[in-house]
Design a binder for this molecule. Structure first.
Ligand code: NAP
Length: 624
């Protein structure tokens, strides 16, 4: 039904005009107009006449704002800078969320990866919000490194007058939990900035604490007197240093999709001492899509044998009701231990809480600050069953246990397929992790489940984790060099399938390594076909245990130094995926050597060249 202006304070002529105009307006135009009329009424129409004269895109941006952001123009305008340091995309996603909320409050927002942010603008930023994760031994993520070095360097400016807050992401099972976020937080205060909201350090289950931080920040900025230069509600806009392509689906990390496993194949040949599963998973009906370089998150199930051993150790029966899982659901203890709670990792917060449920004073002693090394030695390689066996007698019920355990976090795997080549499917490569330590056989929760207990037809709760920091060059003609030993090769199957699907002519070079040629050559037939079809230009392999001397991918890189350097000079992008601790470090060193020797540079100049590659997105790593 079309509403008409009838009974109104307008003249007949005005009514006619309105009745002609109103039915032709889109929702966005109506919203824009309602904001404009408020300015008009407030007598600011002439000052804001730019609103009426804006380019169509800008007007559309303004119309996308909630009505109150346009209507209630802040008396003193606001600007906020939101920076993220993100390896897997979580910090980036949360930073984007904060930017959105600030925009809703009428802020002009600059959203950027730290390395992409022009540091000469830092001093002038009235509000700075940082979301940063921590990696390895307390290291900043790759896309935070240069900003981190700048802030801790001699050229860091005084930041008096700036208001800031930091959200830190990390994992309590690592010694340097949330160190990068803590470093930023301390340093900004040291430089004179004012902390308007306390830092929150998030463990792997970051949904609750990060939402709290976002809410605290919004409360603080709406309460605080505004700082900064002129901006109107209508001009609020965000610029992102590296914008994420967010998946449009109702399914997400907090609402995973139950996906059917279509195929599970062991990629290792008979006689291999490894087992690597290639899973093909259906996305049908989920609306989930992905890009090469993205990851799949899988919520695994704990080993039923370990769960039953824990229940037996405590002489429980497993059917008692406990509160656990997302949003404090109630369910049976055994089910919670199987699907919702982490039982294979011992963290310091867990041991501290557990100490309250035993009279065995040794546990309280172990978590004392001065016994850091003893704690580390104990927690390393042990699980919940060890803890329960080693520190009884316990005064612990199943409900107590459920209340102190961390939620079972999802496992992320690099996607091994192109969505364009495989609509409604996603492929992953999962190597079984198993070992014996402290007198018991142990293994990776997800990889063992996938290898031992998962069949085609079963389902897995999954989500897509976008990774904007590991992406093919926008130009399909740009050469790419891919270095991925072991399962680190997975995303390069996705890269090459994508290039094949796009029919791109850009040169591609894969460095792959594993233990034995005969049994461990993952996706061998795929690479051979791609070589034949020209999708893969060059392949260099290093099988480490087929010869007396170990041969690794970086040795092959050094053997091909001249050609690799030529590719770099031609603008090639370099990608590294796989082990962070050793391989990524050694490959980085090889790259530096190649640039130094082939480019005839000093070590410092070579380091600057490689840093520049990294800052320009021409050297990207997905390593852990
Ligand atoms: P792996 O068996 O540990 O290693 C594959 C090959 O790399 C083997 O031939 C191994 O040789 C060799 N290697 C060992 N040390 C090396 C070094 N310093 N430099 C170069 N090569 C070296 O492979 P995997 O079991 O598949 O595990 C790969 C690692 O990558 C795991 O840590 C996994 O978690 C990680 N990963 C990460 C991602 C990601 O970040 N997205 C994706 C997939 C896998 P030897 O064993 O003979 O020494």
């Amino acid at each position: 039904m079309q509403l008409k202006v009838t009974n109104s304070p307008f003249t007949e002529g005005q009514v006619e005009l309105l009745n002609k105009l109103l039915p032709t307006l889109t929702d966005a135009q109506i919203q824009w107009l309602s904001g404009y009329m408020t300015f008009y009424r407030a007598g600011t129409a002439s000052a804001e006449s730019a609103v009426a004269l804006q380019e169509p895109e800008t007007a559309a941006a303004a119309s996308a704002l909630p009505a109150e952001a346009v209507a209630v123009a802040p008396a003193v305008p606001r600007e906020a800078t939101v920076l993220f340091g993100s390896q897997t995309g979580n910090s980036q996603r949360l930073a984007g969320k904060l930017a959105g909320k600030l925009k809703e409050q009428g802020f002009e927002v600059t959203l950027s990866a730290m390395n992409a942010f022009k540091t000469n603008g830092l001093k002038k930023a009235p509000y700075l919000f940082i979301v940063a994760s921590t990696h390895g031994e307390g290291d900043p993520p790759d896309n935070a490194l240069t900003f981190y070095e700048f802030l801790f360097g001699k050229r860091a400016p005084k930041l008096d007058g700036m208001k800031f807050s930091v959200l830190a992401l990390g994992d309590t099972s690592y010694e340097f939990f949330c160190k990068t976020g803590q470093d930023f937080d301390n340093r900004l205060a040291e430089l004179g900035a004012e902390r308007i909201v306390d830092r929150i350090d998030c463990d792997v289950d970051f949904d609750g604490p990060s939402s709290k931080w976002l809410a605290n920040v919004i409360d603080a900025v709406t309460a605080a007197p505004a700082a900064g230069a002129a901006a109107s509600g209508a001009a609020a806009a965000a610029s992102a240093g590296a914008t994420a392509t967010l998946t449009e689906s109702e399914y997400s990390r907090s609402n995973p999709f139950k996906a059917e496993v279509l195929t599970t194949i062991n990629l290792n040949g008979r006689g291999s001492d490894r087992e690597t599963r290639h899973l093909e998973i259906s996305l049908e009906g989920s609306g989930l899509t992905y890009e090469p370089g993205d990851c799949v998150g899988i919520y695994p199930e704990n080993d039923p044998a370990l769960v039953d051993a824990i229940i037996a150790e405590m002489k429980w029966d497993g059917s008692e009701n406990v509160v656990s899982g997302k949003d404090g659901e109630e369910g049976q203890l055994r089910n919670a231990l199987l699907r919702q709670l982490e039982i294979t990792v011992l963290t310091r917060p867990l041991l501290e809480k557990a100490a309250a449920f035993t009279e065995n004073g040794k546990l309280a002693e172990l978590v004392q600050a001065e016994n850091k090394d003893a704690f580390k030695a104990y927690a390393n390689g042990r699980d919940l069953l060890d803890l329960l066996q080693d520190f009884g007698p316990w005064k612990l019920t199943g409900a107590d246990l459920a209340s102190i355990l961390r939620k079972l976090p999802p496992r992320l795997y690099s996607i091994a397929s192109s969505n364009k080549a495989n609509p409604e499917e996603v492929h992953v490569t999962i190597r079984k992790v198993e070992y014996e330590v402290h007198g018991r056989k142990r293994g990776g929760v997800c990889s063992v489940q996938v290898s031992e207990r998962l069949e085609a037809g079963d389902s897995l709760p999954i989500f897509i984790q976008n990774n904007p920091n590991f992406k093919l060059p926008a130009n399909p003609e740009t050469p790419v060099i891919m270095i991925g030993p072991g399962t680190g090769v997975a995303p390069f199957r996705a890269f090459l399938e994508e290039r094949e699907e796009l029919g791109s002519d850009g040169k591609t070079w894969l460095f792959y390594g594993d233990r034995h040629f005969v049994t461990d050559f993952l996706y061998q037939t795929d690479w051979q076909r791609m070589l034949k079809d020209g999708v893969l230009t060059k392949l260099d392999v290093a099988f480490s245990r087929d010869s007396e001397e170990k041969v690794y991918v970086q040795h092959r890189m050094l053997e091909r130094a001249a050609e690799l350097h030529t590719w770099l000079q031609e603008g090639a992008h370099v990608y590294v995926c796989g082990d962070e601790k050793h391989m990524a470090h050694d490959v980085h060193a090889a790259l530096l050597t190649i640039v130094e020797q082939q480019g005839g540079m000093s070590a410092e100049a070579a380091a600057a060249y490689v840093s520049e590659l990294q800052a320009n997105g021409r050297y990207q790593r997905d390593v852990y």
